[in-house]
Design a protein. Sequence first.
Length: 430
Amino acid sequence: MKAAFYTLGCKVNQYETEYMAELLKSAGFEIVAPSEDANYYIINSCTVTATADQKTRQNVRKFKRKHPNSTIILTGCLPQAFPDKAKELNEADIILCNKNNSDILDLINQHNIQKSKIVKIEEHKNGDEFNKCSINRFSERIRAFVKIEDGCDRYCSYCIIPKSRGFVRSKEPEDLRKEVQALADNGIKEIVLVGINLSSYGKGKDYNIVDAVHICSENEKIKRVRLGSLEPDHITDDVINGLSKIEKFCPQFHISLQSGCDKTLKEMNRHYTAEEYKELCIKLRNSFKSATITTDVMVGFNNESDDDFNKSLDFVKEIAFEKVHVFPYSERKGTAASKKGDSVPKEEKERRASIMINETDVIRESYCRKLIGMKDIVLFENEISENIYQGYTKSYIPIRVKSEKDLIGKEIEVKITEFDSDSDVCFGLL
């Protein structure tokens, strides 16, 4: 039997796809690319925007149209947040959700017997335990995402995630230690800890995100430990101090901003001011050598005026982020913000996004060009073409070099010689 996965959304979804793939492989399934013929096609959905929902529906229908005799399985965040919408997808033969991912094999077996549509969607409840999911390998071979936290209780006014992911819950440290050992034994050199609200790891427990990084770094085979997206108000002085003492920790911080305007931040129900965010950036850059700070910025949020946008733009330029993901606001039904409407026209959102992207691209290019002539340690991950290898610095700068020797999995000092803005990649010499 062959199974193919098509994954939409965040690093947590990518991890969960890897988890489900290992469950199927352990039962004798062969995992193939979604472009190949398979008996089962599993769409792991995202529902963070209406566009994500649309992509999910399109892919469910596309796989059924191309493979009418195959079993189409829908899972992930769309069924979890909007079960009624998921049930309307007649092309899906099995529908489950992120809470029930561990049941995928049982549901396949059940479907093979009864030959009729199966829907299994359970709501997240307060007090739910962390799903004891773990993986032994990762498709990227050298760098693995490891989910240690799930759920979010921040209730940003624009966000559906608390509904699709439930309450905060965390992987037990001993379970993490075992998982890291298994990954290390299978060739993983770098661990990226991920979660829906990663900064909340250990909430209500006697451990926190620093402990998770320690557990990973204690494994001799692991060379680097990196963190996924973080919330600014959870990065306390104690966390900064703890992380700064861990040699294997990579000082690349992706800290969600959303807006640099206090009025907009308040309407978004974010839990910090622009000034507090700025103070955090200063602390991080003072505490970590070669720290890089990347972020997400939303433009065109409901009631965002030209003045509000310009304040956000000025703030982003002041912080001089090393990289920024810019996106226009998309009204999400079921959120607090959706009850207030969407007052900024689509054309204006696109105009503001274009301005923000252009300004942040200039900052990115200036930063990368300043690296030319410097030396840095690169952990090489893959061969992108014959004798051309790519890896990353601890600051997560992509570096490519030419070598006739296999560099995959090796940490090597590289002199940076060039930056290509089109590919957003630096080139170097060994």
